[in-house]
Design a protein around this ligand. Structure first.
Ligand code: FES
Length: 361
């Protein structure tokens, strides 16, 4: 792949781990509630530029409280979001004990029998999994002295072990020259025990001999942002429901109608979600872009009537309700209210949270 095409497809990926000063919990309930609302509004105001997923680490680690996983096109957006968050009422109580900057990139190692699709590694598509395990990763310099064929042989074994655990999805991102580590790896799963078994088995693989550092490891639980802030704990806080209600409120412009001609589709970011827009006979439909089966990109699916077919394994969904019409998908995808006004497309959530709508848990 040429440098130019790699550049145009790749994403900036940022893992920012926040710690909250205990003094924040001693604020009045009203002050805390307002600070959380402001924090949520600030993240949402970047929804057209960044996909932001939130995770609580409460109970998992003592030195970090929550994670914002940010995915976008420009480093400036990540920087501006950080500045904006520290400018909220919560800002003076926040520190960032861990921060990892990375980018997507195609792997130099081919997975046998499964040639990597060009977009596989260059576009991160977070799933609805309940848990995320993150760690920075550095290989020994001896690894890079091995001939490429030798590295491929060792990686074949590594990849074969990974395939034994299909419930664990790996997102590898690259930090060479951008940050201290070489990679940041993020594993999504609903089954922590599968991840534990995978990591244990990988210790016995030859590739493990070339690991220089793979700590600290962060065990993160996926939650909506308001719920994540509520998990920080303080008496009398009921912000999640209030903030979710607020989220459902305003209409947010996401695209020009001219960007989605009749018969076409596109992807936009809305409130931290990737949303597929479809123009069917002049009517615009909006639903979560990730197929509930295995995260196929619905925006790239074919449309017949008011049904879209996932390009990966042929599941079909109703554009109006998000409900699956054909297996293998069994769960609905999130849907959004759409309004077209003065040539602009506006969205509003239909469910309180896209995450819960899609997860069905
Ligand atoms: S990912 Fe959509 S049907 Fe499998």
């Amino acid at each position: 792949m040429s440098q130019e095409s790699q550049r145009s497809r790749r994403q900036i990926v940022k893992f920012t781990f926040f710690k909250v000063d205990p003094a924040w919990r001693r604020l009045s309930a009203a002050e805390r509630e307002e600070s959380k609302r402001q924090f949520c509004r600030t993240v949402e105001s970047f929804g057209d530029r960044l996909l932001v997923r939130s995770y609580s680490l409460m109970g998992a680690r003592g030195d970090a409280d929550f994670l914002l996983w940010q995915i976008g096109e420009r480093l400036e957006d990540v920087q501006q979001l950080t500045t904006a968050l520290f400018s909220t009422a919560t800002g003076p109580y926040l520190t960032v004990p861990y921060s990892y900057l990375a980018m997507t990139r195609r792997s130099v190692y081919a997975a046998k029998d499964q040639p990597e699709a060009p977009e596989d590694r260059t576009v991160i598509r977070p799933t609805e999994s309940k848990y995320l395990f993150v760690y920075p990763f550095v290989k020994t310099r001896a690894w890079y002295k091995l001939p490429l064929e030798e590295r491929q042989r060792i990686m074949d074994e590594h990849i074969a072990v990974g395939r034994k655990y299909p419930s664990v999805k790996l997102n590898t991102t690259y930090s060479f020259g951008l940050d201290d580590q070489e990679f940041v790896v993020a594993f999504e799963t609903d089954e922590p025990s599968d991840f534990l078994d995978l990591v244990m088995e990988l210790r016995e693989a030859e590739s493990s001999q070339y690991t220089l550092r793979d700590t600290p490891i962060f065990t993160c639980t996926a939650m909506g942002l308001a719920e994540t802030l509520d998990s920080l704990g303080a008496p009398g806080d009921e912000t999640a429901a209030a903030a979710e209600g607020e989220r459902a409120g305003p209409w947010v412009p996401v695209a020009r109608l001219a960007d989605v001609p009749e018969g076409e589709s596109t992807v936009v970011y809305f409130a931290g979600d990737q949303v597929a827009l479809f123009n069917v006979g002049g009517r615009v439909y909006a639903l979560g872009d990730r197929c509930s089966h295995a995260n196929g990109p619905l925006s790239e699916g074919s449309v017949e009537g008011t049904a879209v077919t996932c390009p990966w394994h042929d599941s079909q969904f109703d554009l109006a309700t998000g409900k699956p019409l054909r297996a293998p998908a069994a769960r609905p995808v999130a849907i959004y209210s759409v309004r077209v006004d003065n040539g602009s497309i506006f969205l509003k959530r239909k469910q309180p949270s896209g995450r819960s709508a899609a997860s069905g848990k």
